[in-house]
Write a protein that binds this ligand. Structure first.
Ligand code: ASP
Length: 439
């Protein structure tokens, strides 16, 4: 059994957190490959080391003094080293970093040092081999991630290493130039390592006990999702739910490796399992609820629209020509509605309307703004009668007007459109009927 374990920044913010992580890793022999983030926040208005590095490098780039800021970063690491009572020093590494900053090595290089240094401490603390991600995570000359070469380099290297620490978030081009993934990218590294070593499980340790059924900023103390499929996760993440970096899913999904989201501060909890498919029946009919505000509905009407071949294509062409992607497209016989992101659409609205008018000569085009979309997602809905009935009666009881309904034939989700003002109440009403009332 091989497990790859990735720890987020708050799990490694100080020596106390490192100790918890050490206990978790030592508590299970199969936790052989470790992917650390940079030290995160120790308290709510603390600054993540990654952000300190970006700031410090900005000063270097502007030709200003940055020694004080670099020393503050050094202090964060020294505090961890001291707290763990390690006989270890990063003085030489900081000398190199200083030189590289003066030589303007780039902000990606700067940011990557957060993970690099934390990885060195972690390897020392665990007695594991340190594998610099710059040698095994490969980007091409344009800075795009090179999946094939990475898989080759990583699997070769780790095959020869029984236990290793591979810092997250960065890699390098063949010439050694460091490149980072987008923010939160250590999740991606963990996933790549899991695929390379053919892991049985990718454990992603963070500071929450898993995916929640709804956003805790909207619903009070929402339940944790025990098992979720990749498809459900994709639907919920797309609609705004976030725990994992989006690109972290693909490598492990391709290889059929499940992900387990766990809480470093509550290791006794099972967390959330993310799997390709499962016969585990969800506890509630729905798996999760997510949503986003800020949409516009573009309603187009034209008599006999239904018999005009190519009408839909021409309308969508007007959006495409203006570089606007659409979210949903519910339609009637002589009407068609396109949902788009308000911030993307606003500045181009007159141009799009003119293009639709020119291409289709409709009877009317009306715009309705400040709408929200809510996705109610769950594999359990497929075999359950009355899900839609319960959903809409709950919304009616909460005096919420539903502007749009869209259910794909996969029956995996129901998307509803409501006014922005009704967004929070609608999510609470849906949560209450399916989770609190357990229907
Ligand atoms: N340290 C990086 C960030 O703050 C990457 C990560 O934590 O995954 O975005």
């Amino acid at each position: 059994m091989i497990k790859v374990v990735k720890f987020g920044g708050s799990s490694l913010a100080n020596a106390e957190q490192f100790t918890k992580v050490g206990n978790i890793i030592r508590g299970d022999e199969s936790r052989r490959y470790v992917v650390p983030s940079a030290p995160g926040k120790r308290f709510s208005d603390d600054i993540k080391v990654t952000d300190m590095l970006y700031r410090c490098y900005e000063l270097a780039e502007e030709g200003q003094a940055f020694t004080k800021q670099l020393n503050q970063i050094k202090d964060r690491y020294n505090e961890i080293i001291r707290g763990l009572k390690l006989d270890f020093s990063l003085t030489e590494d900081f000398e190199t970093i200083k030189k590289q900053f003066l030589a303007k090595a780039g902000s990606m290089y700067a940011a990557s040092r957060g993970e690099y240094l934390n990885g060195k401490i972690m390897a020392k603390y665990l007695g594991y081999e340190f594998v610099d991600a710059a040698n095994v995570i490969r980007f091409d000359k344009e800075g795009n991630f090179d999946a094939e070469t990475t898989q080759k380099l990583l699997s070769q290297k780790l095959e020869a290493s029984e236990r290793a620490v591979i810092p997250g978030f960065y890699g390098a081009m063949a010439n050694g130039t460091v490149v980072t993934f987008s923010r939160g990218g250590s999740d991606v590294t963990g996933s790549l390592v899991a695929r390379a070593v053919n892991a049985n499980l990718y454990e992603n340790w963070t500071d929450v006990s898993g995916f929640l059924v709804a956003d805790p900023r909207i619903v009070k103390d929402p339940e944790i999702i025990h098992t979720i499929t990749y498809t459900e996760l994709r639907e919920l993440s797309y609609m705004g739910a976030s725990v994992l970096h989006e690109e972290a899913i693909f490598p492990v999904r391709q290889a059929g490796i499940p992900i387990n989201i766990r809480n470093t501060n509550a290791p006794e909890e099972d967390g959330t399992m993310i799997v390709e498919s499962t016969c585990r029946i969800p506890v509630y009919t729905i798996t999760g609820i997510a949503g986003k505000k800020g949409f516009v509905a573009v309603n187009i009407e034209k008599d006999m629209m239904n018999s005009e071949v190519g009408f839909g294509r021409k309308v969508l062409g007007a959006f495409e020509d203006n570089g606007i992607s659409f979210e949903h497209m519910p339609s009637g016989i002589d009407t068609m509605t396109i949902f788009v992101h308000q911030d993307e659409f606003e500045e181009k609205e007159q141009k799009v309307i003119a293009d639709i008018n020119r291409a289709t000569h409709p009877d009317s085009i009306e715009l309705e703004s400040d709408l929200a979309l809510i996705a109610v997602v769950g594999r359990g809905m497929k075999s359950t009668r009355g899900t839609a009935g319960r959903l809409f009666s709950a919304l009616a009881h909460a005096h919420i007007n539903v502007k749009m309904i869209d259910q794909g034939s996969s029956e995996l989700n129901i998307i509803i459109g409501v006014r922005n003002d009704d967004f929070e109440d609608a999510i609470n009403a849906i949560y209450d009927i399916f989770v609190v009332a357990r229907l």
